[in-house]
Ligand binder design. Structure first.
Ligand code: SF4
Length: 246
């Protein structure tokens, strides 16, 4: 009970540098779950993975277009007109509740005792939380990835376990495949304590690593998508061989 009350004590202030309390995020948990060594390179050694700049900037642009009418303070009537005009907003607005307004990307810090969490959900309502995921791949748009599931569980738990959790998948137009418009789909995330315990276990490992415990690398298929594969001594190539020997 006391722990739940603590979770509800939502702070909207960043901890001061003198507090020296670790601040964990869903992105950190997802990284450490994939590979602790990847977490170590990025968050302990502060290496910067090369960004896939085109996809990243397109994703940021789409997020901005999807939230601009809310940020601009449009009335419900203006929003409806904006949605009728088409474009990205229509395909996101269509899935959102119409009887209240969300907070857009609020940066929320929550005290978990000896560490803090930070969450920045895309659309936060009183009783629902939504995250927008963009993709160019038809297959990816049809699926809810484990990364999405982890992220929404993280929001749910951090915000006090009182929100329903949703992912909006937006499939982008793609000239190379002849797709000229957007399509979107809504997924409600089935919240499970099993996933939550995985998150907590991973957070405990992160805290151990921050205190000096050796990170355990997970070489495998994930190496193909890891930004550190060129510098990581544990990386394996696509055929499973150690990169050091290929
Ligand atoms: S290349 Fe593979 S083993 Fe190395 S950090 Fe990345 S995922 Fe981990």
């Amino acid at each position: 009970m006391e722990e739940n009350n603590k979770r509800k004590a939502v702070l909207e202030e960043e901890p001061s540098a003198s507090e020296r309390v670790p601040v964990l995020s869903a992105k950190q948990v997802k990284t450490a779950l994939r590979c602790e060594y990847q977490y170590y390179l990025e968050y302990v050694l502060k290496k910067k993975p090369p960004l896939s700049s085109e996809a990243l900037s397109k994703g940021l642009e789409v997020h901005e277009m999807a939230s601009k009418p809310f940020a601009d303070g449009m009335t419900p009537e203006e929003m409806k007109m904006e949605a009728d005009r088409g474009g990205v907003f229509r395909f996101v607005y269509h899935h959102l509740p119409k009887d209240s307004f969300p907070k857009i990307e609020p940066k929320i810090f929550v005290d978990f005792g000896y560490y803090k969490r930070v969450v920045i959900p895309d659309f936060l309502y009183n009783d629902r939380v939504y995250d927008l995921k963009t993709t160019s791949s038809v297959t990816a748009a049809k699926t809810l990835y484990s990364d999405d599931v982890i992220q929404l569980h993280y929001y749910w738990d951090t915000l006090g376990r009182e929100h329903e959790a949703y992912v909006i998948k937006l499939l982008l137009p793609d000239e190379s495949s002849g797709r000229s418009g957007y399509t979107s789909s809504l997924f409600r995330v089935n919240l499970s304590l099993v996933t939550l315990s995985l998150i907590y276990r991973t957070e405990m490992r992160i805290l151990d690593i921050l205190e000096g415990s050796k990170p355990v690398p997970s070489p495998g298929k994930t190496c193909k998508f890891c930004g550190f594969r060129e510098i990581c001594p544990h990386s394996v190539s696509d055929n499973g061989a150690s990169a050091k020997t290929t």
